[in-house]
Design a protein around this ligand. Sequence first.
Ligand SMILES: Nc1ncnc2c1ncn2[C@@H]1O[C@H](COP(=O)(O)OP(=O)(O)OP(=O)(O)O)[C@@H](O)[C@H]1O
Ligand SMILES: [Mg+2]
Length: 268
Amino acid sequence: MANTVIQVNDLTKIFETKKEKVTALQDVNLTIKNREFVVLVGASGCGKTTLINTIAGFEKPTSGEVLLHGEPVTGIDPRCGMVFQQYALFDWKTVINNVDFGLKMKGMKLKERRELAQQYIDMVGLQGFENAYPSQLSGGMKQRVSLARTLANNPEIMLLDEPFAALDAMTRQVLQEELIRIYSESQKTILFITHSIDEALLLSTRVSVMTSRPGKIKQFLENDLPWPRDADVQLHPRYQELKSEVWSTVQEEVMKTAGLLGADKDKC
Ligand SMILES: Nc1ncnc2c1ncn2[C@@H]1O[C@H](COP(=O)(O)OP(=O)(O)OP(=O)(O)O)[C@@H](O)[C@H]1O
Ligand SMILES: [Mg+2]
């Protein structure tokens, strides 16, 4: 279809180590259209990172394919901006040099790119840390540098792997609301991974639940909560209905995953 941005067809990914073969994904199908904000939830180890890394071109499918705008992904695509679960910063570069790296690659002049980088550093609350190195930052601060770098690059497609997981509740809320604003004001297509059903319902136009490993997509749920959204969306009468619907789907898969039998309703 013309407005399809990401198309995953029968994607299987098997990791082979010396000891064993791990089937991380089996026959995954997913279609994401222009301007959709799809949030993927699923138990730890079910293959979410493997899926997003394969879409981003960092992993190769064992079988099946990933298409971006109808063309097979053969490597890292400049239209995609990624925030990794594990930060992936340049350890030898300062915060501001990490954030403006992509802008420099695009050929933007020093003054202009410094101003833009500073704008995003301020947005993620890291003013004063411009000249710090990643080793001097906490996990949540590194994650914010990674987010600022991706936002500064202004990619058409954003692939975000638990970008807010390491943040304190207040910073998380500020950045969730910034992401809602950026999404509402732009033409971006977003795939976002989280363990929080509340975060999924706050941000998404569609929630997708993965089964336990080997991961497949178990359910798509159109999120019809009204926009613009903020934390008060939880007060909407439809919110609890949607939350129960997602949770009942997730619960079965969580139960299959060892050690998560007592998981509370916001975590999956
Ligand atoms: N490079 C690799 N080599 C071998 N096995 C791997 C590799 N990467 C992932 N796996 C395995 O694939 C499965 C899926 O891992 P993945 O990181 O995609 O899960 P996840 O859903 O992102 O988990 P989490 O919620 O904890 O981040 C796991 O069993 C993991 O051990
Ligand atoms: Mg992961």
